[in-house]
Design a protein around this ligand. Sequence first.
Ligand SMILES: [Cu+2]
Length: 126
Amino acid sequence: MDSIEIAVIIGGVILVAFVLWYFFGERERVAAKVVEEGVQEIEITVKGGYSPDVVVVREKTPVRLNFYRDETASCSEQVVFQDFGIVRDLPPFKTTAVEFTPDRPGEFTFTCGMSMLRGKLIVEEL
Ligand SMILES: [Cu+2]
């Protein structure tokens, strides 16, 4: 085997690993990114569920969750953060920002208006 063959084999292995990860890998637990003004921001797609459905943020730091509702199914027309007293309408095919500052660490569920779709907000201690 010369080095080109080895490189091709290694490339193939990496490609297969990527495809397996892409289609079957765990995709939960996405940490929000901290943008300039110190806001933790993340995009969440709403389509028969929330993607990602586990979002990790830090406490006592403003959070902006941008929900993009990619459907008209009435199930997802509201998002509810019961622990934080937040209810928001999500117009279809639009991004709706939900902003608040988590005041305590813990795991908090967010749901649609009927509690059918579920996601989890993990608030980590500072
Ligand atoms: Cu629902």
